[in-house]
Design a protein around this ligand. Sequence first.
Ligand code: UTP
Length: 473
Amino acid sequence: MSADIRNQFETSGQGHVFQFFDSLNASQQEQLLQQAEAIDLKELSDLVNTLVLGDGDDHINFEGMTPAPYTPLPDAGGDSELWSQAESVGEQALRDGRVAAFTPAGGQGTRLGYDGPKGTFAVTPIVKKSLFQVFAEKIKAASTRYGVTIPWYIMTSQGNHEATVRFFEENDFFGLDPDSVTHFAQGTMPAVDFDGKIILADKDTIALSPDGHGGSLRALVRSGSIADMEARGIDCVCFFQVDNPMVRCIDPEFIGFHVMGESELSSKACLKAYPKEKVGVFAEIDGKTQVIEYSDLPDELAEATEANGDLVYRAGSIAIHIFSRSLIARVGGDDASVKLPFHRADKKIPTVDAAGDPVAPSEPNGVKFEMFGFDALPFAKNPVVIETARADDFSPVKNAEGIDSPESSRQDQLRQFARWAIAADYDIEVDETGLPAFEFEVSPLYATNAKIFAERVAESRPEITAGTVLDVN
Ligand code: UTP
């Protein structure tokens, strides 16, 4: 077997992967061979030819591109009856047990610079709950409200799988039934240098990296999660990223629009804060809804406005979706005609030199290949896009400081708690940005939106002062 694999790599121009092979001990040789065997050399060579040696294959046809239609919020001119109808339909789908939660949590979180799975990062203002705990409590709260079990599927990666599972075990799954929480690791792709040669992370190790959040579709299929969903009667899969504690991950209105639209992939859009904000936008090309990345959108289109001054391409993608189970099964399966494309990301990839000594590059030295979840949009029947208010759904923890950081997210959570309290007639002093003068925290088990908050405080009106934590006992 060893000679076969080495020959295949030699023929594909990747024989250097075994340059240290003869100096390795038997278990190191075995590890390298196992990693090598899992690589699809034909797929890799196609990717190298198009994305590394060629000029890429994403030529976007901007001629004839139009903004994708979306359903505006009631206070932005949307039909409030339609929104209430969506809420009822979504609540029924929840009661019928059709809904699951899904979080891709396999990312490496390099921008945050936190040593551990990102979901274990503490985010709430006072209790310092982890991201995973916040989501678990939102899922538990919705399960209780609708009298069902909402299963949660979490995609990890090889590098953080064990630590993630341990975190859930050590925390008793945050009160969820362990049988309804599934962890599985996503696939990997080898990294290559700018000549398309596979990079060695060490003498006995190929530089492998997670295959992007779009890898979740095939990982959901390969892990058996799609079959598990089918057995449980789940057909709506609420997709949200691991770094956004504000997400209304189980949102009846959103589920309702998805169901009413007979959609296979629904998305939430936030209005862009300014023309060149770094978010993708929803657009339609040749009748297909797509997300166009900010880096691909020409300036004149990013800045184009309508007669009333609104941006033409204003619906920004915030990576909150509902996938139908059927779409995941189709796109994550073996049918080559509906596969997600790979994208190229240039990165600093630790490696070894010709003598086998470690090298930590200070500049990008290679390419990782990643799939993006939103690339499933063109394959989806009846895609639906609805507007959401940023303040209600989106304040991710991406960077160590500044925009989208732990501090900006902490403040956004406080603003949200203050809005809920003020709407329920509490006298809370806030500054001009809506930030309350003191910290308090609302557990997702207590309330996950203003309506539920108002219901709660109508039952027993708790005092809210500095340091108050509203929770259920
Ligand atoms: P990001 O694009 O923010 O990437 O992921 P990241 O790896 O977490 O962070 P940086 O870029 O290194 O700083 C968005 C979401 O997709 C998941 C992440 O865990 C996060 O929920 N993701 C990303 C995966 O599950 N797998 C991947 O391969 C990449």
